[in-house]
Design a protein around this ligand. Structure first.
Ligand code: SF4
Length: 215
C-alpha cells in the first residue's frame, strides 16, 4: 500500500466506527487483563460467557486467588486450554498481590513479567486500559497488515514495528481495533469480502473477491 493512501485507509475505517471498543467485556484493568489472558485461541463471545459468571464472584487478584486453581477452573472450563490458563491466571494474581499491591502495572516490562502475559497481551492492556497508542498484532491484524500491503512482515513483531512506523499518529490509539474488526468481519481469513470492503481501492490484494451471485 502506498504511504499516501494510509491516512485515507484509516479515515475510512474511522468513519464507519469512530470509537471502536474491544468486544471483551470488562469494567476494570484487572478484569481486562484476566479476560485477555483467557482469550488466547478462544473467541471473545466464549470468554464473555465465562467471565459473566466469574467476575460477579471474583474480579480482583485476591478474590481469584481465594478460588484456587480448581475453583477457578469450574468457571472457565468452557474455554479452550482452561487448565493452563487457570494456572497462569492464579500465578499472575499472586504476583499482582505480592509485587503490585493488587493493581495491574502500567509498564510493558512489568506486564510481560506476569505469567502467561506476552507482548500481545501487554499491548492490549496498555492500549485498552491505559490509553497508550500500542498495536497488539493478533491473527487478524497480521493477516490484514500483510494482505493489504499496509504492514507486510513475516512475524507479528515485524508487522507491529511496521505499523508503528506507518500508521499516522492521529489514528494510532484506535488502529488496533479498526484492524481487528476489519479482519474479523470483512477481510476474513478464508475469502476476504472485497466486494463490500470500504477500503478496496486502497488495498494491494489481488485478485479481489467478486460479489457472490444471487441465488
Ligand atoms: S479489498 Fe479485500 S483484501 Fe483488501 S482489505 Fe478489503 S477485504 Fe481485505
Amino acid at each position: 500500500m502506498k504511504k499516501d493512501n494510509i491516512p485515507l485507509f484509516f479515515a475510512t475505517l474511522q468513519a464507519a466506527n469512530p470509537t471502536p471498543e474491544t468486544e471483551l467485556e470488562y469494567a476494570t484493568p484487572f478484569e481486562l487483563l484476566a479476560a485477555v489472558l483467557l482469550s488466547a485461541q478462544a473467541t471473545d463471545v466464549g470468554v464473555n460467557k465465562a467471565t459473566r459468571k466469574l467476575f460477579p464472584v471474583a474480579n480482583t487478584p485476591r478474590a481469584i486467588l481465594g478460588l484456587g486453581v480448581e475453583g477457578l477452573e469450574e468457571y472457565i472450563k468452557t474455554i479452550g486450554l482452561y487448565r493452563s490458563k487457570a494456572r497462569h491466571l492464579i500465578e499472575t494474581c499472586r504476583m499482582l498481590v505480592e509485587l503490585h499491591g493488587g493493581e495491574v502495572p502500567r509498564t510493558r516490562a512489568e506486564l510481560e513479567a506476569l505469567p502467561g502475559v506476552g507482548r500481545k497481551t501487554a499491548n492490549v492492556v496498555l492500549n485498552v486500559a491505559f490509553g497508550e497508542a500500542t498495536i497488539a498484532v493478533d491473527t487478524h491484524i497480521f493477516r490484514v497488515g500483510n494482505r493489504t500491503g499496509l504492514a507486510p512482515g513475516k512475524t507479528p513483531l515485524e508487522v507491529e514495528l511496521k505499523l508503528e512506523k506507518r500508521v499516522p499518529f492521529e489514528f494510532r490509539l484506535h488502529a488496533h481495533h479498526w484492524l481487528i474488526l476489519h479482519g474479523r468481519y470483512i477481510c476474513v481469513a478464508r475469502k476476504p469480502r472485497c466486494w463490500e470492503c470500504a477500503v478496496h481501492t486502497l488495498c494491494d490484494y489481488k485478485p479481489k473477491t467478486p460479489a457472490p451471485r444471487p441465488g
